[in-house]
Write a protein that binds this ligand. Structure first.
Ligand code: ATP
Ligand code: LTN
Length: 223
């Protein structure tokens, strides 16, 4: 069984990324054929500094390795170095209705967050993600809860393509962890922890004292 997943090099990796995604990667690589990508083309759909992006790509690779992804067992690569991702995204874009893209929660949230700086890339984002997955005929996609909707759309796109042009793609399935699929921000329990909002994040490379300080100032569960 083939597994594909990706992490955006948008900043340091936090405990949500670890529990939602990376921990699953480490377990799956023991028994499955795993491909993990540093999805830099997704990262540039929100405002970014080119020099920082290069640094973040290397940091994401360091995090993958440090967390236990073994390059002897898994393939790790940078998305933009494989041009077929964007080529397939173009083809898939011809079968994906705009209405489906406008309905995506991540699109709605990011376009609110980056109001005035929203390019078409943030709308088309799930099409590129579908291309990432379908290109490798991956069957399993380990992700956090926030990405489940995108995997659902990938399935819809694949089914439509197969129906229109004949059997081409495998229909993939999202895999969420039983616990930790949606870790909330430390400063806002209604929002998920997110790299692009670093104040609410517990980073995996934070020093123990920093982690202690952040947890002690986190919003307490009212229940
Ligand atoms: P950004 O803020 O730039 O969107 P992010 O923190 O959401 O970044 P991604 O690179 O988009 O991180 O996500 C990598 C993986 O981590 C995905 O599988 C995603 O579902 C998972 N993930 C992200 N945030 C959380 C969270 N708060 N809890 C659980 N899983 C998460
Ligand atoms: N959109 C994902 C990152 C991502 C991904 C993928 C995850 C891009 N391509 C393919 C799984 C499979 C996110 O975490 N924001």
């Amino acid at each position: 069984m083939r597994v594909f997943s990706g992490i955006q090099p948008t900043g340091a990796i936090h405990i949500g990324n670890y529990l939602g995604a990376i921990k699953q990667f480490i377990e799956l690589q023991e028994t499955k054929e795993c491909i993990f990508s540093i999805v830099d083309l997704h990262a540039i759909t929100i405002p970014y500094k080119p020099q920082e992006l290069q640094k973040n790509i290397l940091e994401a690779a360091i995090c993958y390795l440090a967390a236990g992804i073994d390059p002897e067992k898994s393939i790790i690569f940078i998305q933009s170095q494989v041009p077929e991702h964007t080529e397939l995204a173009w083809l898939l874009g011809t079968v994906c209705p705009v209405g489906d893209l406008l309905r995506m929660t991540q699109y709605k949230e990011k376009s609110k967050q980056f109001k005035g700086k929203v390019g078409a890339g943030i709308l088309n984002y799930p099409i590129l993600m579908a291309a990432d997955i379908l290109l490798y005929k991956a069957e399993l996609v380990p992700v956090g809860a926030d990405q489940q909707q995108h995997v659902e759309l990938t399935r819809t796109i694949a089914r439509k393509f197969n129906k229109t042009f004949g059997q081409t793609f495998h229909i993939p399935q999202a895999k969420l962890p039983s616990r930790g699929a949606k870790i909330m921000a430390l400063n806002n329990p209604k929002k998920k922890m997110s790299k692009s909002q670093p104040t609410g994040c517990l980073f995996i490379f934070d020093e123990p004292e920093e982690i202690e300080r952040k947890i002690s100032t986190a919003v307490t569960d009212s229940g």
